[in-house]
Design a protein around this ligand. Structure first.
Ligand code: ATP
Length: 371
């Protein structure tokens, strides 16, 4: 039996593809692509985890192994206690999958016909099917679309239709691969809100891969970062800032135009009239800086801006590569190093609700660079 904290479990999972590359008119060479390289992690039941990384990092390959579409080349994998490779059909009743760039719906059929087919395919009891369908139709606003052929739906409508299709059989786990790709701001917001509600009401475990870091910020408390098939970071979103040694910005409005403010370790990066921008390490508390500025300068207003997470990740990759070049990088074996960190009430006031949750998680779960 699986335990709840081990709902999804990967032990040194690997996937190696053999590819042929043309090297001449009649010649080609075989090459190995290590898409997933010894990844170990667990996901607890009911967690919402973001799985992010640059193009070709190995995200989709991991998801495909978790669904049983691909067989791992090495390691051990369990989802709800099931081996996806050996019991793919049994697993299919426990999981829902949404690939943002591909639809599982029948292109020429009205949306409702796809759902009817799934009702039969998954042998969903009638009452349960009806209840799940009604709920999805209401929450995903599909009422006016059920009789429309899938090919006539907009991308956002089709995505909502796909999410409903993945949930008709009440899965315990939902994998979403780029669910908001190409959607407009309103459609994205709707999908994110739906996922939060689904998790709160049903306790569905969600694993989300995306290039849109807003998806992670608004949906997930935990994030795993993968690069070249290796797990680089596993922990709360807020910890990424520390791992990437990112900087926050203090924007101060003074009473009048003054020379650059001097409060170490912050440094002025921009001045516009009486407004000054000061960068300081994201791991530092803003409170003492604010107190010192207020004491020494005629302060009118101030705000703290969080760094852009995309930049944080890019910096983390750069740092990691430098470390690797220097020969100090150790092999990935699933061990985690805590990145720690301090926060004050002043910092917390500036955080969004999601960040607050993420930071709270940090106290209870080790998170950080996987070395
Ligand atoms: N069927 C395959 N045969 C050979 N190589 C593959 C196959 N599928 C994926 N790869 C390679 O494995 C690596 C990881 O690919 P994967 O699609 O998992 O990355 P990803 O993180 O999902 O990327 P993206 O964000 O671009 O979707 C890439 O180098 C890719 O070219």
């Amino acid at each position: 039996m699986h335990v709840e904290s081990d709902f999804i479990r990967l032990d040194r999972v690997e996937k190696v593809f053999q590819v042929r590359r043309k090297t001449g008119f009649l010649r080609s060479e075989r090459r190995e692509v290590r898409a997933v390289d010894s990844i170990s992690c667990t996901v607890a039941r009911g967690e919402m985890v973001g799985y992010i990384g640059p193009n070709g990092a190995g995200k989709s390959t991991t998801i495909k192994m978790l669904t049983g579409i691909l067989t791992p080349s090495g390691g051990r994998l369990r989802v709800a206690g099931i081996d996806p490779t050996r019991e793919r059909t049994r697993l299919a009743h426990r999981i829902g999958v949404v690939f943002g760039q591909r639809t599982t719906l029948w292109w020429d059929l009205p949306l409702i016909d796809s759902y009817r087919l799934m009702h039969r395919m998954y042998r969903i009891p009638d009452a349960r099917y009806r209840e799940n369908l009604d709920r999805c139709v209401e929450l995903l606003d599909l009422g006016g679309l059920l009789d429309v052929p899938v090919r006539q739906l907009s991308l956002g409508q089709r995505m909502r239709g796909d999410i409903a299709a993945a949930l008709l059989h009440d899965p315990d786990v939902l994998y979403l691969d780029e669910p908001t790709i190409g959607l407009d701001v309103i459609s994205k917001a709707r999908v994110r809100e739906f996922l939060r509600d689904l998790n709160a009401e049903r306790g569905t475990t969600v694993l989300l891969t995306t290039h849109d870091l807003q998806d992670i910020e608004q949906v997930c408390r935990r994030v795993m970062v993968i690069d070249h098939g290796r797990l680089m970071y596993d922990g709360p979103l807020a910890g990424l800032h520390e791992a990437g040694e990112s900087e926050r910005t203090l924007v101060v409005d003074l009473e009048r135009e003054l020379p650059p403010v001097e409060v170490a370790p912050a440094r002025v990066v921009k001045v516009e009239g009486p407004r000054q921008w000061l960068a300081f390490p994201a791991s530092e508390s803003a409170a003492p800086l604010v107190a010192r500025i207020a004491e020494a300068y005629p302060l009118v207003d101030l705000s703290v801006r969080e760094p852009d997470i995309e930049t944080v990740i890019a910096k983390m990759y750069a740092d990691r590569r430098e470390t690797s070049v220097g020969g100090r990088q150790t092999s990935v074996d699933g061990r985690q190093t805590s990145v720690g960190g301090r926060e004050t009430s002043a910092d917390r006031r500036e955080m969004s609700a999601d960040r607050r949750k993420a930071t709270a998680d940090r106290a209870g779960r080790p998170g950080g660079m996987v070395s």
